[in-house]
Design a binder for this molecule. Sequence first.
Ligand code: AVJ
Length: 343
Amino acid sequence: MAVYGNPAGRGCFLKTEVCGEIRLSDFEPTPDNFKAEFIAGLKRRPKILPCKLFYDEHGSRLFDQICQLDEYYLTRAETETLRNNITEIAALCGPGCVLVEPGSGSSSKTRLLLDHLERPVAYVPIDISQAHLFSAAQTLNGDYFPLEILPVCADYTQPLTLPTPARKPGRTVVFFLGSTIGNFEPWQAAIFLRRIANWCKPGDGLFIGVDLQKSRELLHMAYNDAKGITAAFNLNLLQRANAELGADFVLERFRHEAIYDEAHSRIEMRLVSRCQHQVVVAGEQLEFGEGERITTEYSYKYRIETFHELAAAAGWQPERTWTDKERWFSVNYFTSKQKGDST
Ligand code: AVJ
């Protein structure tokens, strides 16, 4: 196993392991940060935890189940939109592209893209979960020969350098699907879109799934499903702290809550303490008041025009937008502007 200095020069290391045909770039995102971020978030007032902490193995599995729920329209609407427009989308990508997918998870929409792209040179899935990355890479490997699979294990909100394919590529096209951009506050979304633009040359592409504003009833149902899978997903964060940090959370002392905050156009997901009590996390005693909340996720809902303005200010030229037939969800295509061109 070769260990190289990270070309980004920010003090982390890039390990390149050759596993069969697959070369993994590992920025070692996980074990370290969970404890620090978890405790720091619970010491804040109001208490808030970053939603990326949901995605341990069990959390990722619960999220896959959420995507299958009748109430959770997002995944179906996005998949329908991609499917209905896949020929045009592939044509916009052009021949020999490098397909980059931050937050690739189980790479469930990747085959649809790879089946239609014209001789793609490389697929670069980026995910915080190495287990997810490996199984995704393994299931694709060989099926799209000579496609190169270059997985990157990283927290994509942190600086990272993309691996270089062996063959000379066409355009870089980034697919940021699932409305994950909605988890960022708008100012953070702008910073993240800038970061993606830095991976790209002018004219390279970004396809981004963005959930749209709709009735509060539909939104409420999507985040408060009847089977309680979303509640289990939310509470799993405390289970994870028990397992990984030796915390002594009693899950019954908390309940799931997801409300639509119309003033901010966002779903806010929380864990609410049912009683006053203390919890010990990695040797630290933490207080919870009755009714006290931990905010665990924001999920912003946009108007298409507002999202275009946000992306344009972050270096991306709006080119094309598709929606599902209900207009609940949007897939937006942007091209990277010349640096310094903010118009
Ligand atoms: C994957 C972040 C887009 O905000 O809808 C699903 C995560 N949270 N149910 C979302 C989620 C609760 C999801 N994203």
